[in-house]
Design a protein around this ligand. Structure first.
Ligand SMILES: *Cc1c(COP(=O)(O)O)cnc(C)c1O
Length: 393
């Protein structure tokens, strides 16, 4: 398909596998086998059965009537917030744990920042009876205590990363080090469309169930599988990649990625990678990232933990580069207001990540008969503290 990764693992100038030599065998094993494993009929049957019976798919495509009236367009919400564990991340972790089993691995490692990917990974490890270690910055563990306890309840060992700033990038380094030392029995589950090839492509394929379902659901609803706009928030970019994938070659579908503008793009406190980023290497691939002139990664900021990432996946960097996806950014305040607005108009309290996508509605020039789909990546329960601290409701 147009925009698929090439043989060398690149999307245009972005992608590849920039990894220490000692990781090469692990990544090479994955690269050689992932496509044949995931498209084997037994794998597909098991994957889709778990998505149905365990995750609760297909998730509804819900016509948001009151929101539609307000914005004078036809607005649908793709309800990923109704997935088991409350967000889209489980689509990917189910896929990767099945892959790990077929590669003969007995152990799983992952790294997590806010803890959402850690919980999704701990969940599928419990489901499959696999041993799981999650690396997490010590500071993040203190900030995200409930997710640490969720992982522990699920039987996962959470290991604090004590180096550097004791946050996500330090946890990533520890996970990489662990993988180098345990290449044969361990699979490393990456949680977004980032990392060395083949991770971005593999995670995109697992998440592409989102747009596969949207097409069928829209066809049944309105007799046409194509919306005018498809909106999704972008941290690393996995829910957006999944929501965009089956629309990529249909140029009349406007694809909109929404990044975290934090306190404003020019404030020095944001995570608006496409607005501020330059090409560089992050987490094993060449992509756009926020960096200083001498190439140091800039600490990102967003009120939403899931969007607080200094880069985007290489597929998105390419889609931005060639103009296939338009990227907008939304400030903390705009997102929080949109979260309250959705709560009040539809009775749905969204994750603050997803509220960014909702807030972008105001930035579009919508016509009365436009069909808009917003990917509602997650539910707001995990963000209750942030809503309370923000307070304006
Ligand atoms: C993790 C997360 C995100 C951001 O991750 P992507 O890979 O960009 O999708 C968005 N929304 C929710 C609810 C999340 O948990």
């Amino acid at each position: 398909m147009k925009f698929d990764v090439n043989e060398q693992g690149y999307y245009g100038q972005f992608g590849g596998a920039y990894i220490p030599e000692m990781l090469y065998p692990n990544v090479e094993e994955l690269r050689e086998k992932y496509l044949s494993i995931i498209y084997e009929s037994g794998f597909q049957a098991e994957f889709h059965k778990l998505l149905k019976d365990y995750v609760g798919r297909p998730t509804p495509l819900y016509l948001a009537k009151r929101l539609s009236e307000r914005y004078k367009a036809t607005i649908y919400l793709k309800r990923e917030d109704l997935c088991h564990t409350g967000a889209h991340k489980i689509n990917n972790t189910i896929g990767q744990i099945l892959l790990a089993k077929r590669l003969g691995k007995q152990k799983i490692i992952a790294e997590t920042g806010a803890g959402q990917h850690g919980v999704a990974t701990a969940t599928v490890c419990a489901l499959m009876g696999m041993e799981c270690i999650v690396y997490m910055g010590k500071l993040d563990m203190e900030r995200q205590r409930p997710n640490v306890e969720r992982m522990r309840i699920l039987g996962t060992t959470v290991v604090p990363a004590l180096s550097g700033s004791m946050t996500l990038k330090d946890a990533t380094n520890e996970a990489m080090r662990h993988w180098i030392n345990h290449p044969t029995d361990t699979h490393y589950i990456i949680g977004s469309v980032v990392g060395p090839h083949p991770y971005p492509d593999m995670v995109t394929r697992f998440q592409s169930i989102i747009s596969e379902e949207i097409k069928k659901q829209l066809q049944a609803e309105i007799g046409n599988p194509y919306p005018d706009y498809m909106l999704a928030c972008v941290g690393g970019g996995s829910n957006a990649a999944g929501a965009f994938y089956h629309f990529l070659s249909d140029e009349h579908v406007n694809l909109i990625g929404v990044e975290a503008g934090g306190k404003g793009v020019d404030s020095g406190e944001s995570a608006a990678t496409t607005a501020l980023g330059k090409p560089g290497v992050l987490h094993g691939s060449k992509t756009l990232l926020m960096q200083t002139v001498d190439g140091q990664v800039i600490e990102p900021y967003s009120i939403s933990a899931g969007l607080d990432y200094p880069g985007i996946g290489p597929l998105h960097a390419h889609l931005f580069d060639v103009g296939r996806v338009q990227f907008l950014n939304v400030t903390d305040d705009e997102a929080m207001n949109a979260g309250i607005e959705l709560s009040r108009t539809e009775g749905i309290i969204p994750a603050i990540e997803s509220a960014h996508a909702v807030a972008a509605l105001q930035k579009l020039d919508l016509y009365e008969d436009d069909v808009v789909v917003i990917n509602l990546s997650g539910r707001g329960d995990k963000d209750l503290e942030t809503y309370i601290r923000w307070g304006k409701y």
